[in-house]
Design a protein around this ligand. Structure first.
Ligand code: HEC
Length: 237
């Protein structure tokens, strides 16, 4: 009798664990959600390896939102003669396999006034520096992968913030307020979520400036994640 009770308890406990795990959806690596081809559904399974850094998915968005804005290293201004709008142009400042001697990496780890992006732009985070370093040391290839993006994940921390950090905050932070818009914190993104500009701009709706500026449109899945987060009340979740 007692044994039977213990057995049932164990069974109930184990079932609980299985159910809890089944409900958990997490974005496991920064590549996921970044595999935007702009169209095509349903999305195939991820081809992104967590051990690799991808130029198209991760490096170009970082450079686009931190270096190629108007007045900096774009096609028109190319400040100091530097234009970072394409892979070929970026490679002029990269020695494949050797981040330590690549100008592109050396300027972002500088700690004096010559650092890039220049003040008042924020310095690259440790994670952003590490990403660039790893990509160069892995051979600085013009590589890409198809990230698995899950529309059932639409929390701020699990979906919206990673997209903003990868593709938007470089142009929209307190040190560089493109269009007078800040998306670098929850409180700031919430403002544009509530006034309709966030979804309108990423979905390329009429009447809004299409975002991300000068880069590929977000994937359908990423746009859907943002839309679902906004519709669910733009929570800090
Ligand atoms: C290269 C710089 C750059 C990047 C990257 C960028 N933006 Fe913008 N954004 C701007 C500028 C500049 C404006 C002002 C309008 C214009 O010039 O088109 C703007 C305007 C906006 C607006 C206001 C749109 C409107 O119609 O009023 C929103 C919202 C916005 N951006 C969100 C985003 C989001 C979200 C991302 C990432 C998916 C992003 N931006 C990426 C530079 C950028």
């Amino acid at each position: 009798m007692k044994n039977k009770y213990v057995f049932i308890s164990i069974l109930a406990f184990a079932t609980g664990i299985i159910v809890l795990n089944a409900c958990r959806h997490e974005i496991l690596d920064p590549v996921n959600g970044g595999g935007g081809t702009g169209g095509g559904n349903p999305l195939p399974a991820s081809t992104c390896s967590p051990d690799s850094v991808y130029f198209v998915n991760q490096v170009m968005p970082l450079i686009s939102s931190n270096c190629t804005m108007s007045g900096c290293h774009d096609n028109i201004t190319h400040a100091d003669g530097v234009n970072l709008t394409t892979y070929a142009k970026i490679m002029q400042y990269v020695i494949p396999g050797n981040a330590a001697n690549s100008k592109l990496y050396k300027v972002v780890i500088k700690t004096n006034g010559d650092r890039m992006p220049p003040p008042p732009m924020p310095v690259f985070t440790t994670a952003q520096k590490a990403l660039l370093q790893k990509w160069i040391n892995q051979g600085a290839k013009n590589n890409s992968c198809v990230g698995s993006c899950d529309t059932t994940v639409f929390t701020y921390s699990g979906a919206v913030k990673p997209i903003m950090d990868a593709k938007c905050t470089g142009c929209h932070n307190p040190g560089n307020l493109g269009g007078n818009i800040d998306v670098s914190t929850y409180t700031a993104v919430r403002v544009v979520a509530l006034n309709g500009k966030l979804y309108g701009s990423v979905a390329h709706q009429a009447g809004y400036s299409p975002m991300p500026k000068n880069s590929a449109k977000l994937s359908d899945c990423e746009i859907r994640q943002i839309q679902k987060w906004v519709t669910a009340g733009s929570l800090n979740n």
